[in-house]
Every structure is written in structure tokens, then in C-alpha cells.
Design a protein around this ligand. Structure first.
Ligand SMILES: N=CN[C@@H](CCC(=O)O)C(=O)O
Ligand SMILES: [Mn+2]
Ligand SMILES: [Mn+2]
Length: 322
């Protein structure tokens, strides 16, 4: 069995190649884990071999509020199951900090708890990967990166979303459809402007009002049908050049439905998986990747764990880019 399996608390013995620190029991508060890590100095956002810490965000409350198909709360377990058997070729330790679970509809409290955990892990020098959850996971991630020392001390944050949707809905309550408008409002309250870019927008799956909001906020986006390898590479390179640290969020519904059937809103067209993987590599090798998440896997609609396997493969690419 592999260190990936160790990271998911597998009971089988490990092949320690390379040596990996023991993972804590599931549910250990991430802050305790962070305190136990001898990571890089606080506030250092980048480094090829920073330890990586995986944290689950078990939530589909945002999807429920957005009137989507619930089930994403079970995604962290499905992604771990797909990640565990993968052969381990990483030059960094990978640890599992357990899950933050949203219960009884208490989404905002869960996002706050996950945010505190992510900030703490970032400030002790780790690369953090949050496994959603519906795309309300993104606001938990944002709370984490915005609360990190790197961002609080003035490093320019960029949020790059791989998604068929803007998720800029203006609604009375936070949901999976609102996280990036919430971020824009939070950044404005902090005296900053959200730098937000999206790859894979499906025009027919976003209203005119959402395009208007995107334009008002200066959102940069690439439509799914314009996603050629060169266009995607240049778009991401231009965005990376404007920021110091990157938060990459992958909504699996950016992929074609045949590749990622296990989501709430499958894409008719979608962005091909090799292009999505290339963006992950580009982000991971940029030296700017602070934090990443993978959202919207819904195991109830998956076929032969296809979407979970894709999610695990993309996490692997983020952690071990070639
Ligand atoms: N997380 C966001 N979801 C999309 C859902 C779209 C759909 O159900 O078709 C949104 O709100 O735009
Ligand atoms: Mn989304
Ligand atoms: Mn989406």
C-alpha cells in the first residue's frame, strides 16, 4: 500500500518511498496537525517540496440551497478512496488532516472552521488541498487563504476557477452558486479588489445577469468553446503574472459529462481533461500555488468512480507536477 493510502487512514502497512510522516487520526483538528509539522517558516507561500496537507470539507448544504442535486458531502471519502491506491511518486510528504463537516445546515460555521484550519496549515508552511464538498467549499478556501499570513502581509492573491459557471450569484444566503461574489465583497471590505479568473465558462449555462456581474467585477474568463491548449496556457500565464499567490479551485463540472458524470450539473461540452490537467501542472509549477480545492463531486451520480478517479488524478498532478 502507498503513502497516499496512509494519508487516507488506510489500515494496510505502507511502503515508505519516500518516508512520510505518520498521518494523524481522522478528525484531529488541523491546527494541532499544523503545530506538529516542522514546515517552512510562517508566511512562505511557495516551495517545490512543501509538505502537502489534505483536508476534507463534507458539505452539500450550499448545493441544496442552490437547488442542485445533493450528495457532495460524501465526496471527500470518495476522493480519498481513489487517491489511496495510486502509486506515490512525490518528493513531498502528504498528510491528511481529516474532515470538517457541515451539519444541520450550518454552512457558514463550517466554512469558518475550515478557513481557520487552512490558514493555520498555510502559516506553518504547508501546501493545502481542500476536498469538497459542493462549490461552497470555495468560500471556505477563501477564508483560509485570506486569513493566511501571506495574504494578510500584502501578497497579491489570485483566484483561478476551472468551472462551467461563474458562481457569482447574488442571493440572500450563501450557497454553491455565490462563493465568488462573496469573495468580491469580502475583498472590497478589506480594501482590495478580487482578482478572479475562470476557465471553461459555458455561455448557455450562465445568465446574462451573471455575465454583467462578471464584467462589473473585472472577471477574466475563457469560454469552454475557446479552450484550445495555447489559449488556456496563455490565459493562465497572463493571470499568474498579475498575482503573487494563487488559489486554484477545480469545479469538476468544468469537464465533459462523459469524463465527470458525478456532479450536480454535468457539462454538455466541457473542457477536455488533458487541458484541465495542464492548468493544474502550470499552477503547480508556477511557484505561486498557495492552496487548491476540488469541488462538486457527487458520488451518488458517479459511474464506476470515474469522477472520483479524475479528482484524485488532478490532486496528484497538483502535488507532483511533471
Ligand atoms: N455551483 C454552481 N452551480 C451552478 C449550477 C448550474 C446548474 O444547475 O445548471 C450555478 O449556480 O450556476
Ligand atoms: Mn462552481
Ligand atoms: Mn460549475
Amino acid at each position: 500500500m502507498t503513502p497516499y493510502a496512509e494519508a487516507r487512514q488506510d489500515r494496510s502497512p505502507l511502503r515508505s518511498d519516500p518516508p512520510v510522516r505518520a498521518a494523524p487520526p481522522a478528525g484531529v483538528p488541523a491546527a494541532s496537525l499544523a503545530a506538529s509539522l516542522a514546515g517552512a517558516p510562517a508566511g512562505v507561500p511557495a516551495g517545490a517540496s512543501r509538505p502537502a496537507v489534505i483536508l476534507g470539507f463534507c458539505s452539500d448544504e450550499g448545493v441544496r440551497r442552490n437547488k442542485g442535486r445533493t450528495g457532495a458531502a460524501k465526496a471527500p471519502a470518495a476522493i480519498r478512496s481513489a487517491l489511496g491506491p495510486l502509486a506515490f511518486h512525490l518528493d513531498r510528504p502528504v498528510l491528511d488532516a481529516g474532515d470538517v463537516a457541515v451539519r444541520d445546515g450550518q454552512l457558514e460555521a463550517g466554512q469558518a472552521r475550515a478557513g481557520v484550519a487552512v490558514s493555520s496549515l498555510l502559516d506553518t508552511g504547508n501546501l493545502t488541498v481542500l476536498l469538497g464538498g459542493g462549490h461552497e467549499t470555495a468560500f471556505a478556501s477563501y477564508l483560509g487563504v485570506a486569513g493566511s499570513e501571506a495574504v494578510r502581509t500584502g501578497q497579491r492573491l489570485g483566484v483561478l476557477n476551472l468551472d462551467a459557471h461563474f458562481d457569482l450569484r447574488d442571493e440572500p444566503a450563501p450557497s454553491s452558486g455565490t462563493p465568488f461574489l462573496q469573495m468580491a465583497e469580502a475583498e472590497a471590505a478589506a480594501g482590495r479588489e478580487l482578482k478572479y479568473a475562470v476557465v471553461g465558462i459555458s455561455q448557455p449555462n450562465n445568465t446574462r445577469a451573471l455575465f454583467t456581474t462578471a464584467d462589473r467585477l473585472g472577471v477574466k474568463y475563457l469560454l469552454d468553446e475557446d479552450c484550445t491548449p495555447d489559449a488556456v496556457q496563455a490565459f493562465v500565464a497572463d493571470f499568474l503574472a498579475e498575482v503573487d499567490v494563487l488559489y486554484l479551485t477545480i469545479d469538476l463540472d468544468v469537464l465533459p459529462a462523459a469524463v465527470a458524470p458525478g456532479v450536480s450539473a454535468p457539462a454538455a461540452l466541457g473542457v477536455p481533461l488533458p487541458l484541465v490537467a495542464a492548468v493544474c501542472r502550470q499552477a503547480a509549477t508556477s511557484g505561486k500555488l498557495l492552496h487548491a480545492d476540488v469541488a462538486e463531486l457527487n458520488p451518488a451520480f458517479d459511474i464506476d468512480n470515474r469522477t472520483a478517479r479524475v479528482a484524485a488524478r488532478l490532486v496528484n498532478t497538483l502535488l507532483a507536477p511533471r
